[in-house]
Structure formats: C-alpha cells, structure tokens
Design a protein around this ligand. Sequence first.
Ligand SMILES: Cc1cc2nc3c(=O)[nH]c(=O)nc-3n(C[C@H](O)[C@H](O)[C@H](O)COP(=O)(O)OP(=O)(O)OC[C@H]3O[C@@H](n4cnc5c(N)ncnc54)[C@H](O)[C@@H]3O)c2cc1C
Length: 409
Amino acid sequence: MTNFSVAVVGGGLGGLALAHGLRRAGITVDVYERTRERTDWLQGYRIHINPAGAGAMHHCLPPAGWQSFLDTVSVGDGGFGFLTDQATELIGLADDEINDPAAAPPDRHYGVSRIRLREVLLDGLDDVVHLGRELTRYELTGDRVTAHFADGGTATADILVGADGANSRVRGQLLPHAHRVDTGVIAVAGRFALDGASAADLPAALTDRANLVVPRGRGSLFTAVWRGAGAADHAIWGFSDAADRFPADVTTLDGAALRQVVRDRMTGWSPAFHHLVGRSDPATVHALRVRSAAPVDPWPTGRVTLLGDAIHNMTPMAGVGANTALRDADLLRRELIAARAGERPLVDAIGRYEREMLRYGFAAVRQSLRNAEQAAHSTALGRAGFRTMLRLTAAVPPLRRGMARRLGS
Ligand SMILES: Cc1cc2nc3c(=O)[nH]c(=O)nc-3n(C[C@H](O)[C@H](O)[C@H](O)COP(=O)(O)OP(=O)(O)OC[C@H]3O[C@@H](n4cnc5c(N)ncnc54)[C@H](O)[C@@H]3O)c2cc1C
C-alpha cells in the first residue's frame, strides 16, 4: 500500500464527488473552495443527469448520499419531445421509452435541481471541505505540491486536482496555452413558476417533460421541468441563436428586456411559447455567451491534474458537462485507488486517467459544440429535413427505440 494525500481545488459537482470517492476509500483528501457560503453556489437551474453521471455518483457517494440523491430528483417530469414552432408534436418519447423500466437506479436518467445536488454532495464532507479558500497559484517542490490561497495561507499535498471550473486557475498555470473559444452563440435562459395560476395556460408538453423546438425560422428553444421536494416546481427554458441576431448589448440587459428580446425572435410562434417566456420571473432571466474549450494535446503527466469544466468546458447544448465531470471523478478515484494498492506508480495512474478523460471529455465537447452550431446556424432546408426525419422516427418503432436510448447519453 502506498499512501498519499490529495488536494482538490474547487468544490463543485466534480470536485465534491471525487472527495466522497477518495474518502470512502480511506485516501486523505481536502477540498479548497473559494466561495464561503453554501448559498453562493445557488444557481437556479435544473440539470439532467444521465446514466454515466448517475453511475459515477453511485460509485463515489456513500450509500446514504446516493439515497439522498434519489430522494431529491424530480418526479413526474419524464419524457422528451421535439415540437414545431406551432407547439405541434414532431415526436414525443415517454419516460419509459428513454429509461428502460428494468434499468437499475444508477443506469437511469434524472432531472435534479442544481442547488439540491450541491447540497447532497456537500453532505458528510464538513471536515474535508474548506470554504473561502481561493487558490491563486500552486508550487511544485520535489514530490509535493503546495497550493497558495488568496488569504495568504498554503496547503501541501502529494497530488493537486484542479476541479475549479471553466475559468480554472490551475489550468491557467498547468496549461497556459489551453483556452476557450467564443462559439458565436448566445443563449438566454429563464424560469417559469409551475405552481402559479398561469401554468394552466401552458400545453401539457411544456409542463410535463423536456422539449426542443425545431422552428421554421432561426433560433432554437429548449424547455425542461423540475418537480419535487425542496424547491418550487418550475419549467426552465433556453433560447439560443447566433450572436449577430441579438442586440450588441444583450448580455447587459435586465430580465424584462431579455424576455422581450426572445419574444421578438419568436414572432409567429405559438402563443404557448410567448406565455412561457413572457410570464417568467424577470429576476431569473439571463443571457450567456456560449463558450467551449479548444482541443488540448496530452501534456507530460505530473502531480497536478484537471477534472470537469476546468479542462473540457463545453456548451450546455448537449446537457452533459456535469455528467462528464462526475465521470472524471469516478475514473480518477479508481486510478488513485489502484495506485494506493500498489498496482501501478502514482504518476502512471494519473496518466491513465488523463488519456481516457481527454478522449471522452473532448468527444463530449465536440458533440456539445455541434449542437450549439446547429441551434444557431442551421439552414431552413436543414431544419425542414430534421423535422421530416423526426416525424419518420416517430412512426417507425426501431428508429424510435434507437433515438430514445441515445437521448442525453
Ligand atoms: C445553463 C446551463 C445548463 C446546464 N445543464 C446541464 C445539464 O443538464 N447536464 C449536465 O451534465 N451539465 C449541465 N451544465 C454544465 C454543468 O453545470 C457543468 O459542466 C458542471 O457544473 C461542471 O462541474 P465542475 O465540478 O467541473 O465545475 P463547477 O461545478 O463549475 O465547480 C467549480 C468550483 O470551483 C470553484 N472555484 C473556482 N475557482 C476557484 C479557485 N481559484 N479556488 C478555489 N475554488 C475555485 C467554484 O466556486 C466552483 O464551486 C449546464 C451548464 C449551464 C451553464
């Protein structure tokens, strides 16, 4: 047995999952998170957890934590549909077509409130997570790594994992050439309260499942639903299009102005979509410039590595960024446990993790980028072809089953 300690920078989804997995295996781990309050992390959107993410959490979390995750997932929001801009269904896949009814809980898809997922992941890590510690740089001394924090303090460990998100400081020092590109796509997202009276005016598709609208004209609208304990039921929506189709100052507009910007781009669409966007709480409406990590060549492996958005930040348009971060956590956990058992040297174990993580991580980056580009730059002909393909898929059972299995994976 070889003993070593791990410092994780960033207590987001990936960093916390890794901390659970290492702690369960008896490996010394500390997480340094720059925000001080748990509520600093509140970001009110629902995220989709696919079987890769659920399986990774099942491996990393203690049984009670996994159960808390299952207790917190959204219920009654299953299924996925594609709609025309008139809210007519092109294809609607029921929850039991997407989730094999015989599948075990770690092999299923879930909707979860990001806030609640953070809470579940923080539970039981009080002695391991150090809040208010913002990494400014790290320093390698022999076989040890020292993290330096904005408060003037330091911490030393045998390995340092940068799980510090899309603007990672660890990546900035380890791979100064790695960068993110502006995809030229802007997304505007908001939340609609489902417990208010105006929810009754929405069609069932918008209150019961996730949807992607494939319009005749430009732009694309994604919707999803969160229903469950711990937060008010709501639908989320995200409208995306090429940046040059928005006002130049779109990212500085307030929520009420953004709602109008989106509605202007949905001229001629069904009143249902105008209702969804127009009746959303303006405080929840934000615009975001969509960025994506540029490909990175493998680097000489050492005692500092990266995980999640810190290395393969991707557009939200495939809904797999968190799932990929969780998968990284599970893979790195397994490799570090193998090194601890003496199966291979520590740096070899990290190298194996990095090779595999770069392969599937950047495959997800490419897929997410393709989805973003399709949403923003597809032609009228391409969209018409896609609608025809969806209608055909809806009518042919084997095609339908294939699509249901591929969704969100
Ligand atoms: C609108 C939107 C919708 C999305 N929907 C989905 C979805 O449905 N499914 C999905 O799989 N993914 C989704 N994602 C992506 C997902 O949110 C991210 O990929 C995921 O959070 C990445 O996890 P992470 O642990 O790598 O980073 P984060 O969760 O971003 O965590 C990074 C942490 O590091 C901390 N930190 C940063 N810098 C420092 C520092 N210098 N020192 C110490 N701490 C630091 C931060 O405070 C933060 O807590 C979505 C993203 C967006 C924007």
